[in-house]
Write a protein of this length. Structure first.
Length: 113
């Protein structure tokens, strides 16, 4: 399974970005998919997950600002990030769970104050 993220970049605080994750296998074949992030000097943190039936969960710090979703036709998972804050700065990783956990290489999001 290969996962490729895109959509990161530099944005001012209060702005928005949409991250994409394209999978080599059907995204609906996975038990779940998710987004993690890792800020400099900090541990990797789970940001959001979406189950095979579409149930979603978010870390408290992004609730109401981030939305995880999937597009069957494009075989892509998204993370819509609104009202971005400097503390959202991190490398964001796409993951997929089936018999094991698969990871993308990450995309950098930088939020300037």
């Amino acid at each position: 399974v290969q996962l490729v993220e895109s959509g990161g970049g530099l944005v001012q605080a209060g702005g928005s970005l949409r991250l994409s994750c394209v999978a080599s296998d059907s995204i609906f074949s996975f038990n779940s998919m998710g987004w993690y992030r890792q800020a400099p000097g900090r541990q990797r943190e789970l940001v959001a997950t979406i189950s095979s039936v579409g149930n979603t969960n978010y870390v408290d710090s992004v609730k109401g600002r981030f939305t995880i979703s999937r597009d069957r036709a494009k075989n892509t998972m998204y993370l819509q990030m609104n009202s971005l804050k400097p503390e959202d700065t991190a490398v964001y990783y796409c993951t997929a769970q089936l018999y094991s956990t698969y990871w993308g290489r990450g995309t950098l999001v930088t939020v300037s104050s």
